[in-house]
Design a protein around this ligand. Structure first.
Ligand SMILES: *[C@@H]1O[C@H](CO)[C@@H](O)[C@H](O)[C@H]1NC(C)=O
Ligand SMILES: *[C@@H]1O[C@H](CO)[C@@H](O)[C@H](O)[C@H]1NC(C)=O
Ligand SMILES: *[C@@H]1O[C@H](CO)[C@@H](O)[C@H](O)[C@H]1NC(C)=O
Ligand SMILES: *[C@@H]1O[C@H](CO)[C@@H](O)[C@H](O)[C@H]1NC(C)=O
Ligand SMILES: *[C@@H]1O[C@H](CO)[C@@H](O)[C@H](O)[C@H]1NC(C)=O
Ligand SMILES: *[C@@H]1O[C@H](CO)[C@@H](O)[C@H](O)[C@H]1NC(C)=O
Ligand SMILES: *[C@@H]1O[C@H](CO)[C@@H](O)[C@H](O)[C@H]1NC(C)=O
Ligand SMILES: *[C@@H]1O[C@H](CO)[C@@H](O)[C@H](O)[C@H]1NC(C)=O
Ligand SMILES: *[C@@H]1O[C@H](CO)[C@@H](O)[C@H](O)[C@H]1NC(C)=O
Ligand SMILES: CC(=O)N[C@H]1CO[C@H](CO)[C@@H](O)[C@@H]1O
Length: 676
């Protein structure tokens, strides 16, 4: 028996999907730290200078595929159109990770941070990119410099400081004396030394741009290290760094560089975005490979079993319809509860049992005689749908079973009234915790991250993984219930089907949705698709991060909606200001950044620009996916985005784990970009 063409195309799609998936995992979003640009030297938009600068940035990006993690380039011939640029990647990064960081930096620096400035520097954890209208090659440059520090206190500050300074100093000759052409980069991990707790390790790193000579590199590093104890807020902290255009130094009590490749500078096959310390293990390349492999394997298994079932189903019932119905009549019976049972379980629908009311009717808590708790939804409102149709749809919706969905146990019909019987989910809904006073602190970051991932998997399931394609159409915080372990369970899915609107895409006059969560094309034109759910998911993510309700968000300064507020902070590199302050220090930086980024991608105006749930789940399951840059969110109110840079302003770039301020307190020194 030959393979039917259906199966061949399934396999083809699967292979393409996997290829795309593997491709996705080959990049990481760099972690922005700080940037510098002076508004006294600017160019005019569309000038030759800008054209040359664009060319410069693209040649830096394209040359980031070279080994070495450093490249300098120039563009333009005449002095007033010439521009000079370079980048430096952290020494342990693979070529791919370096390329990703440089490409990201080259786009972002002109798009967000320094749109018209001729002189600019930007630092990410992974790379530094810099350009100017005068030659900057082979010249040591210590200003502008920034301090950053980890906010956690060291237990033995004096010994720890001494250890950090001496370890960094030991590294200086190793970096400075590197043979010409090699990276001027050195790292060291120290354990069991005075100043460290038992089992604590001090990780340190020094690096210079390789275009400066040994003595300049040595000078730059030594001055940076000497300046560290002069930075007041850095003192006694578990980590610190100095960032300057020609060199940088950093120490932490967690591994912030790839330790194995730093020891033996072999290219890492898969670049990894370093997760922050917070007691978690560094995600190793191996883990990523295992995650990728296991997702791939499960996809293969799911797809194969899907094909298999389809084939079996087709063989079993060549004349599908009548048989399916026959099949389902038995199922319908098993799903139907009689009214007396429900009435007894809910104590005659007493007010004490009322859990709340939704758009579709009131919900009551009930308990069956065997002790099982249920939630009963009495559907209100008219539906032209007949009883048989309703029963058919119930069977279909009851088949949607996933750990992130509230399970539909059955239904009850009584004198024209329709009731749905669901499993009972013990905790309240997400909005109670997110927006309720004093409840927010019950949701720490790990719970919120778990909720985001759970919701994503649940929506993916109803969109794609279940045998039917269901659009939720009313995703919102109050439709996300939480079980005793704070796992999310999506409720109210399939309601459109139960109300006789069996479409997965199209246009409807009957808009089932909630203000604040509806995508613009759905709210305004009634057009809905899986991408309308993606939009609502994006709103949910931003609400979970900020603890703010999008529908009632008000910010006095600019009076914008939550999405615009999030977008502005993201564009300004101040994403952490969006976070719910009750999160305190509990969050993992890369997870937060990833979620903000995904949230903003989901709320883009153009549905085609929004990612699919499948790619969102991939993004959330992997630390190393390059995310596209989101367009401004839908319904974005055009406002004055203040992009002027303030080099002397105190910069809080990392909220919990580190902060930065300009290296020198003397303002004149900071603004003087070229003191030598
Ligand atoms: C440059 O920035 C400073 C301070 O941020 C501001 O006072 C000055 O007006 C700006 N100059 C221009 C030309 O935008
Ligand atoms: C850089 O640009 C500024 C202002 O546009 C100008 O004053 C300065 O002379 C330029 N430097 C060089 C080396 O061309
Ligand atoms: C620059 O050029 C683009 C397209 O070539 C145009 O849309 C834009 O308005 C121009 N901007 C200015 C300031 O001239
Ligand atoms: C590298 O940069 C040079 C100019 O600096 C440019 O001509 C070249 O196309 C770039 N790309 C590659 C891959 O070399
Ligand atoms: C890079 O800098 C060196 C000087 O350090 C210079 O000789 C070389 O031409 C520069 N490369 C490019 C592509 O501009
Ligand atoms: C290193 O370069 C600087 C110029 O940046 C120069 O003044 C110094 O003499 C050089 N040192 C050595 C040892 O070549
Ligand atoms: C860290 O130490 C400073 C004093 O050195 C103290 O004021 C601060 O509260 C400490 N922070 C923590 C989190 O223990
Ligand atoms: C390494 O550099 C230092 C100065 O930073 C110098 O004193 C020393 O001789 C150099 N050692 C080697 C082996 O080149
Ligand atoms: C730590 O160092 C001390 C002395 O410096 C030594 O006695 C001890 O065995 C070391 N512990 C470990 C686990 O290496
Ligand atoms: C890529 C590049 O160098 N473009 C232009 C830069 O500016 C000069 C004018 O000085 C042009 O001749 C170049 O074509």
């Amino acid at each position: 028996m030959g393979l039917p063409s259906f199966d061949v195309s399934m396999i083809l799609i699967m292979v393409l999907y996997l290829l795309g998936f593997l491709n996705l995992t080959s990049a990481a979003v760099p972690n922005y730290r700080v940037h510098y640009c002076t508004n006294d030297t600017t160019y005019t938009p569309n000038s030759t200078y800008q054209v040359n600068l664009s060319y410069l940035l693209s040649s830096l990006s394209s040359n980031a595929t070279r080994e070495g993690g450093f490249y300098n380039a120039t563009a333009g011939q005449t002095p007033d159109t010439s521009t000079y640029g370079l980048f430096l990647c952290r020494g342990d990064l693979s070529t791919d990770a370096c390329r990703d960081c440089v490409a990201f930096a080259a786009t972002e620096i002109v798009r967000v941070y320094c749109p018209v400035e001729k002189v600019a520097v930007i630092w990410y954890d992974e790379c530094m990119l810099r350009y100017s209208n005068r030659s900057i090659f082979s010249t040591m440059q210590e200003r502008p410099g920034y301090f950053m520090w980890n906010t956690r206190n060291a237990t033995q500050p004096d010994q720890f400081r001494r250890l950090a300074v001496s370890t960094l100093n030991d590294l200086v000759p190793r970096a400075a004396n590197a043979t010409s052409g090699a990276k001027k980069f050195a790292v060291k991990a120290v354990t069991n030394a005075s100043g460290l707790q038992e089992l604590q390790t001090l990780y340190s790193l020094v690096q210079c741009t390789p275009d400066i000579n040994s003595s300049d590199c040595s000078t730059c590093l030594r001055e940076a290290i000497t300046s560290l104890p002069k930075c007041g807020p850095c003192d006694g902290k578990q980590g610190g760094r100095v960032l300057s255009p020609s060199c940088n130094v950093r120490f932490e009590t967690y591994p912030f560089y790839l330790t194995q490749s730093a020891a033996a500078p072999a290219p890492t096959p898969i670049p990894v975005l370093l997760p922050p310390a917070r007691g978690k293990d560094k995600i190793s390349t191996l883990t990523i490979v295992i995650i990728v492999a296991s997702i791939a394997v499960s996809l293969v298994i799911i797809s194969l079993s899907y094909c298999f079932q389809r084939r079996k189903a087709r063989k079993k019932k060549p004349n599908a319809l009548p048989k399916e119905n026959a099949n389902e009549i038995t199922t319908v019976e098993s799903l139907q509860f009689d009214f007396a049972t429900i009435e007894a379980a809910t104590n005659k629908f007493s007010d004490d049992n009322k859990l709340g009311g939704g758009g579709f009717g009131e919900v009551y808590k009930g308990t069956f005689p065997n002790g099982q708790d249920i939630a009963v939804k009495r559907l209100s409102g008219s539906s032209e749908q007949g009883v048989e149709e309703f029963k058919n749809e119930i069977v279909v919706v009851a088949k949607l079973q996933h750990r992130s969905l509230v399970r539909l146990l059955g239904f009850c019909l009584e004198g024209g009234e329709k009731m749905l019987v669901y499993e009972f989910v013990p905790n309240k809904s997400l909005d109670y915790f997110l927006f309720g006073p004093d409840k927010q602190r019950l949701l720490d970051w790990p719970s919120r991250y778990k909720i985001i991932r759970g919701i994503a998997r649940g929506i993916l399931y109803i969109h794609e993984d279940s045998r039917l394609k269901v659009i939720h159409r009313d995703l919102k915080a109050s439709n996300i219930l939480l079980d005793e372990d704070m796992n999310p369970k999506i409720s109210d899915f399939g309601m459109a089907r139960l109300f006789g609107v069996d479409q997965t895409e199209g246009n409807t006059n009957r808009i089932v949705g909630t203000y604040g969560y509806m995508s613009p094309e759905y709210a305004m034109q009634g057009n809905f698709s899986a991408k309308s759910d993606v939009y609502s998911f994006g709103v949910l993510v931003l609400e979970i991060l900020s603890g703010e309700n999008n529908a009632s968000f008000y910010e006095s300064d600019t009076a914008v909606d939550l999405l615009t507020y999030a977008w502005k902070h993201w564009s300004n590199g101040t994403s952490f200001e969006l976070l719910d302050p009750t999160l305190g220090d509990s969050y993992a930086i890369n997870e937060v950044i990833q979620c903000i980024h995904i949230g903003l991608l989901c709320v883009q105006e153009n549905p085609d620009d929004r990612p699919t749930m499948a790619s969102i789940v991939v993004m959330l399951e992997s630390y190393s996916v390059t995310l596209p840059i989101p367009e401004k969110p839908a319904l974005f109110l055009q406002g004055g985005l203040n992009q002027s840079s303030m080099p002397t302003k105190e910069l809080e770039s990392d909220r919990s784990s580190s902060k930065s301020i300009p290296l020198s307190v003397d303002e004149s020194k900071i603004t003087e970009v070229y003191p030598r």
